[in-house]
Write a protein that binds this ligand. Structure first.
Ligand SMILES: [Zn+2]
Length: 261
């Protein structure tokens, strides 16, 4: 859809365009299937809130991106990095089109849980955080750290805009024996969700303990690294970003406990 339908805009930059899709202008323009007009409005509001808020939290220029709200019947045509379509219902961020795009499914997969008023905004802000991070070159990072950053940033937006997270967090079911550093991926969708929820709990706890300043530090730390980040370095970077007492706090959290292996 993005590749075949690209057109030259008045500015001369290539714009991702989709045959038959309409565009809702905004801070993050939303291309949507005409039958999803109501959802497009809600998505647009969520994106504007997240884009502006993340820009302020991180004190960085906001990346120029667009969003696609993709109808089920068009999912196989959505822009993506790989040749094969992704599993339905999972939002993602892709740089395969210009401007880069957040691809949002018509309905979130049932694997997303817990389901509360916070579920959709959190998933949208999570992908936006990836877009901010990937606005500059980033070296390879252990999966847990890249996802932690997105989850913590998403929780930070929720705090700033007054979206209550307590109910959402309290409904997360913890899987015994599952910890952040033990996540190696690739994993099934259920394990992915447990992992993401664990990172959300850790992110919310870190915000509670240290405030949101560590987000700016960890984004810059990741941008400044020029060699592949291994597990040990990832832990150092996060502890450093948290500041004094960061390491002691991190290893004391249940989410971060050493693998029992
Ligand atoms: Zn992610």
């Amino acid at each position: 859809m993005g590749r075949a339908g690209s057109a030259v805009a008045a500015s001369g930059r290539r714009e991702a365009a989709t045959p038959g899709y309409e565009c809702l202008d905004g801070e993050v323009p939303v291309f949507y299937s005409p039958r999803l007009v109501g959802k497009a409005g809600r998505l647009s509001g969520c994106l504007a809130q997240g884009h502006g808020t993340l820009g302020r939290i991180l004190s960085v220029e906001r990346p120029r991106i667009v969003a696609y709200l993709v109808a089920n019947e068009d999912w196989k045509e959505a822009p993506r990095d790989n040749a094969r379509p992704y599993p339905p219902g999972l939002p993602y961020f892709t740089r395969s089109v210009e401007p880069p795009a957040l691809v949002q499914p018509e309905e979130l997969s049932p694997v997303f849980r817990p389901r509360t008023v916070a579920t959709l905004p959190l998933t949208v802000w999570h992908e936006l955080a990836h877009a901010f991070l990937l606005g500059r070159e980033v070296v390879r990072t252990p999966a847990w750290l890249g996802e932690f950053v997105a989850q913590a940033a998403s929780a930070a937006v929720a705090r700033r805009v007054g979206l209550p997270l307590e109910e959402h967090l309290s409904r997360i079911e913890r899987e015994p024996g599952f910890n952040v550093r033990g996540f190696r991926g690739p994993a099934g969708a259920e394990d992915q969700m447990s992992f993401q929820n664990l990172l959300l709990l850790l992110g919310a706890a870190a915000l509670e303990e240290f405030g949101e300043g560590f987000l700016q530090s960890i984004f810059h730390a990741l941008w400044d690294e020029d060699e592949v980040i291994d597990g040990v370095r990832a832990e150092e970077l996060l502890a450093g970003a948290l500041g004094p007492g960061g390491w002691e706090w991190l290893v004391s959290t249940p989410e971060f406990q050493e693998d029992p292996l």
